[in-house]
Ligand binder design. Structure first.
Ligand SMILES: C[S@@+](CC[C@H](N)C(=O)[O-])C[C@H]1O[C@@H](n2cnc3c(N)ncnc32)[C@H](O)[C@@H]1O
Length: 250
């Protein structure tokens, strides 16, 4: 496979994104919780994150270049690479150098030959136009400083007929369920973090609160359409606590 993902600009070192205060805050927060992040995610979501990742990775084409935006340690990429029949190569993009460092030991040698890690801000990705057959993201839309800018870049980088699957948490519309989720993310999840990791409680409080401050799935679909993906749509997961935004052939 030729390498169409040659950066068009020098790859930004991870601190190049630090010119924006929120980006710096987010990046530092993820650097801090990186060693425990994957484990805590599974504990806090009672394993649902794994099922949902399979849904998102399952929506990717079996071949071509796949972007894993805000990849963290590459949990979503690993699900894609281990999917039966997948032959694609994954470009992991994240601005947390700690996540990148930890990801290194998490891929088998065979998997490592199919991935590369690019340390960058996903709202300014250094890639050519129309390179990605698939684009996926796990639990990160809430952290972006400018979602519209990210969607514009995703559209620029999308190959014709490319597919997208962006997974995130959301606030359920049904009152009692929303109340239970608030209880879980406001009290139970930080407690689990305190017991299991003994650090990062603040980060998980921030991340929990961000779920309930986040734009609604309809607003996000409209932003994705505005960026140029006319067929953008969303699927609710577990009564609306999870959501996958999709574009491309069904
Ligand atoms: C909640 S974690 C998700 C990690 C992974 N996608 C997963 O499924 O577990 C969010 C990740 O997004 C990264 N991130 C947030 N904003 C970013 C940005 N503007 N550019 C690059 N990475 C970003 C953080 O460094 C962090 O690793």
């Amino acid at each position: 496979m030729n390498d169409p993902v040659t950066p068009i600009a020098p790859i930004a070192p991870s601190n190049a994104a630090a010119d924006h205060a929120k980006a710096r805050f987010i990046r530092r927060m993820f650097d801090t919780i990186a060693p425990d992040y994957d484990r805590l995610n599974t504990w806090v979501s009672f394993g649902m994150d794994r099922l949902w990742r399979r849904r998102a990775a399952g929506a990717m084409p079996l071949e071509g270049w796949i972007a894993d935006w805000c990849a963290g340690t590459g949990a979503l990429a690993r699900v894609y690479l281990r999917r039966r029949g997948s032959r694609g190569r994954v470009v992991l993009c994240d601005f947390s150098s700690e996540m990148e460092r930890l990801s290194d030991g998490m891929f088998t040698p065979a998997e490592r030959s199919r991935v590369c890690y690019v340390c960058c801000d996903v709202t300014r990705p250094p890639f050519r136009d129309q390179v990605f057959a698939g684009q996926m993201m796990g639990f990160s839309l809430r952290n972006l400083i400018s979602r519209p800018q990210f969607f514009q870049e995703a559209h620029r980088c999308a190959a014709p007929n490319g597919q997208g699957a962006l997974l995130d948490l959301s606030s359920p519309g049904f009152g009692p369920w929303r109340w239970l989720c608030r209880l879980h993310f406001g009290i139970i999840a930080p407690l689990i973090v305190r017991l299991v990791a003994r650090r990062g409680e603040f980060a998980y409080r921030y991340l929990s609160e961000s779920i309930f401050r986040h734009a609604s799935p309809r607003e996000i679909v409209s932003e994705i359409k505005t960026a140029g993906f006319a067929d953008a749509r969303h699927d609710s997961l577990a009564g609306g606590i999870g959501v996958i935004f999709r574009w491309g052939p069904k």
